[in-house]
Each structure stands twice: as C-alpha cells, then as structure tokens.
Design a protein around this ligand. Structure first.
Ligand SMILES: NC(=O)c1ccc[n+]([C@@H]2O[C@H](COP(=O)([O-])OP(=O)(O)OC[C@H]3O[C@@H](n4cnc5c(N)ncnc54)[C@H](OP(=O)(O)O)[C@@H]3O)[C@@H](O)[C@H]2O)c1
Length: 170
C-alpha cells in the first residue's frame, strides 16, 4: 500500500489507532486486532525512527521492530541491542530527529502527551466501536489548529492524516 506522504522537511508524526471514544488501550494492551492496520503501521513506519514508551515497548509482539531504529522512554534500561533508551524525552527526540527525517511516535498515552510540542502530523486509524479503554487521547485536540489532509480505508479501519496548521518546519 502506498505510504501517506508528508511535505518536505522534518516531521514528527503521531501514529495511533483509536476507537470511537478515542481509547488507545486497555489492561496494558490493545483490545482490538486489525491485521490490515498492523500491516499499514509496518509499511508506513518502515525505515524510520519509531519512539515509544516502555509499557508499549513491552507489549510488542516482536521486539525490537525490524527495520526501524527504536527509541524507548524509560527510567530504566531496556537492555536490548539496537534500542536507544532515555529517561528524557527531549534527548530521545533529538536522537530521533538526528537520524531520520520522519520520526514516528507510537505511544502510549504518556508519550503522545510528552511529545505534543513537537508533533507536526498525526496518522490516526479510526477503529469502529468502543472498547472501554483505560488509556486514550483527548479527542478535542483535533479541533482548531489541525487540518485533515487525507482519509483512506484500510480494511474496516479509516485512516486519517492530520497536519498541524501553520507548520513551518522543525
Ligand atoms: N492504540 C494505539 O495506537 C496504541 C499505541 C501505543 C500504546 N497503546 C496502548 O497504550 C497503553 C500504554 O500506554 P501508557 O501511557 O500506559 O504507557 P507508555 O506511554 O507506553 O509507557 C509509559 C512508560 O514510559 C516511561 N515514561 C513515561 N514518561 C516518562 C518520563 N517523563 N520520563 C521517563 N520515562 C517515562 C515509563 O517507563 P518506566 O516505567 O520503564 O520508567 C512509563 O512507565 C497500552 O494499553 C498500549 O497497548 C495503544
């Protein structure tokens, strides 16, 4: 599948899947499984830096992700080769931006929140239904200041590309 394309320059991109209530996860995991959306995530992020929180990292089926330099935010070492760890989000983002023109932020909720000042784009998979999630995004963030540039179907999931208005490069 064709990747969602961004404009020239550096981009820090939240990539997330949310249910109809902007829920992200439940009991430390993701309570739905759309293989087509997982394949989309893999294709979209391949070759780029992916940054995430330690809980999300621990929940990956296969770690580290193949073909993508990974940065993990944690107070303690992850202890796996090929994974950059930091307890400072600024240090981790500087590491990512230094390696890759596009840095994907793949959650969870605390890391989306911590990277809010940097984010230029959001790739949002909208999963049908509500799952009673215990972590989520504040849906109000898609109000003023963001423009939806593209929508596409990925199986049963609608994927949206949102761009921060007035963004002039990082
Ligand atoms: N639907 C989606 O697209 C999606 C994407 C990602 C995750 N999720 C879901 O989201 C949930 C996990 O999210 P979460 O918010 O609970 O956890 P998270 O953001 O994945 O990880 C939290 C961990 O990151 C580290 N951390 C966070 N802030 C830090 C800071 N300021 N300094 C140093 N370390 C910091 C800490 O690690 P240490 O404890 O090691 O210090 C903390 O326990 C799971 O249910 C997961 O499945 C969903």
């Amino acid at each position: 599948m064709e990747k969602i394309a961004f404009g020239e320059g550096r981009h820090v991109v939240w990539i997330a899947a949310v249910d109809a209530a902007f829920g992200l996860g439940k009991n430390g995991g993701i309570p739905w499984d759309y293989p087509e959306d997982r394949a989309f995530f893999r294709g979209q992020t391949m070759g780029h830096v992916v940054v995430m929180g330690r809980r999300t990292y621990d929940g990956l089926r296969v770690r580290p992700l193949a073909g993508r330099p990974m940065g993990v935010l944690t107070h303690r070492p992850v202890g796996e080769a090929g994974v950059e760890v930091s307890q400072d989000i600024g240090t981790l983002m500087a590491w990512g931006v230094g390696r890759s023109e596009i840095v994907y932020v793949a959650g969870g909720a605390t890391v989306y929140e911590a990277t809010r000042p940097w984010v230029t784009d959001i790739v949002l998979s909208r999963v049908p239904g509500e799952y009673g999630c215990d972590v989520g995004l504040d849906g109000a963030f898609l109000g003023r200041g963001w423009t939806c540039r593209e929508e596409r179907r990925v199986g049963s999931v609608r994927v949206e590309h949102w761009e921060r208005e007035g963004w002039g490069g990082v």
